[in-house]
Ligand binder design. Structure first.
Ligand SMILES: *Cc1c(COP(=O)(O)O)cnc(C)c1O
Length: 424
């Protein structure tokens, strides 16, 4: 039944079905361990033959509720929650790309992901080729090597806000028999379901809109199901796993071999699960996801339109502005633009800093995607060591102000920007 529900019902109802007399709200199972009646039950779990919990480094009832709901929201077959979004993206790649392999990624990525891929995973002997998101398909296809194991992109890139060309990237992945992995953090499953557009694996930083209240760092990986792992490129799923005395993931877990291995190997060995309390808060965040994302999107569009018409503003970047180069793709793939926009002030970095300091409702915060409106000025904050020339090379305009538009009343948000801009 739950598969036919609308997403607004799934966010509230999926993942938890209390039995007679059990708590109505998902309990926080703050327990590392579980009790068994006999040794055989434990043996069966260790052989991955029986469902149930044995140790919270692997699974936990509260975390499982959150994972089950995320799988439903993304219309996938299974999900794993992780300690952070960084971990989600790292494990999503490690699960298909052993040492000595290669991945093609869009260059429009969150800075932390770019660093992880370019520098840290390089130390694990995994090579990345970065292609421009607007590169012609021939160029993306030419970046694929015999040892390429995945194509990676972000639905709505943080912070440049470009919309991923799913059709183009997925065509290259399909042609080469490799999974297309997409970070869907900014849109969330409410604004975009990447599995509808040729994606095989979805990742999230649940730290952002999924939690939505800036309380819990976390990540999620979701498997669509149905990918053909038996094409010779992914023996880790089709050949016996020595670390599980000969288990073959595509046999024992035919519906979700990718997630089964991700748990059995990577979460087990690296020890990076989501904590139960974070799962509780993230799950509670999901219950209002549809309401929040609708309001974040409509508020951001209104603020973008207001800024666009302001005489002291030189440019505005928001994918749902009709004159945005991203507009057509945004309409094709997204049900709304999410809450993040960026803009530039005439007068550059100095003027930008002044406006930011004058804002009262919008706080200066190094974060995005929670209910409170906040702003960041990279040139005077995260990138302050760089001169104008270097800022340009890093893709950060000196006057760029990033706004994460919250769910307050739009009139109050606009009034705050109005009074701040009156001071320059
Ligand atoms: C924040 C972010 C991440 C990293 O997530 P953390 O939870 O901070 O580790 C990854 N991808 C995107 C798009 C993000 O915005």
């Amino acid at each position: 039944m739950s598969d036919s529900w609308k997403i607004e019902t799934k966010t509230v109802q999926c993942g938890y079905n209390p039995a007679n007399g059990e708590p109505r709200v998902t309990p926080i199972c703050q327990s590392t361990t579980y009790k068994y009646d006999n040794a055989q039950s434990v043996a069966d779990w260790f052989d991955l033959k029986a469902p149930g919990h044995i140790y919270t480094r692997l699974t936990n009832p509260t975390v499982s509720v959150f994972e089950a709901k995320m799988a439903k929201l993304e219309k996938g077959v299974a999900a794993i929650a992780t300690s952070s979004g960084q971990t989600a993206n790292m494990l999503a790649i490690l699960n298909v790309a052993p040492s000595g392999s290669h991945v093609v990624a869009s260059s429009a990525l969150y800075g932390g992901t770019f660093n992880l891929f370019k520098h840290t995973m390089k130390q694990m002997n995994i090579d990345f080729t970065f292609v421009r998101p607007d590169a012609p398909i021939e160029e993306i296809a030419a970046a694929v090597r015999p040892n390429t194991k995945a194509i990676f992109g972000e639905t709505l890139a943080n912070p440049v806000l470009s919309v991923l060309d799913f059709d183009k990237f997925s065509a290259v992945a399909k042609k080469n028999g490799i999974p297309f992995i997409v970070d869907n953090t900014f849109p969330t499953p409410y604004l975009c379901n990447p599995f509808d557009f040729g994606v095989d694996i979805v990742t999230h930083s649940s730290t952002k809109y999924i939690d939505g209240h800036a309380t819990s760092v976390g990540g999620v990986i979701v498997e669509k199901g149905g990918f053909d792992w038996s094409n010779g490129k992914f023996p880790m799923f089709t050949e016996p796993d020595e670390s599980y005395h000969g288990l073959v993931y595509t046999k024992q877990f035919a519906s979700h071999p990718y997630i089964a291995r991700l748990l059995a190997v990577w979460i087990r060995d690296l020890g990076t699960p989501m904590a139960p309390f974070n799962a509780f808060l993230s799950n509670m965040g999901l219950e209002t996801l549809h309401l929040r994302m609708e309001r974040h999107s409509s508020n951001a569009l209104k603020l973008a339109e207001y800024l666009k018409n302001h005489p002291k503003v030189s440019w505005v970047n928001y994918p749902f502005l009709p004159d945005s180069p991203e507009y057509e793709r945004a309409k094709k793939y997204l049900r709304g633009g999410s809450g993040v926009l960026s803009f530039g002030i005439k007068g550059g970095a100095k003027a930008g800093e002044k406006v930011m300091n004058a804002l009262k409702l919008a706080a200066i915060v190094v974060h995005v995607a929670d209910v409170r409106t906040c702003v960041l000025h990279p040139a005077s904050m995260t990138h302050r060591q760089l001169n104008d020339e270097e800022l340009k090379a890093a893709g950060v305009a000196p006057d760029l102000i990033r706004v994460s538009v919250g769910i307050e009343h739009i009139d109050d948000i606009i009034a705050d920007f109005e009074q701040a801009m009156a001071q320059i």
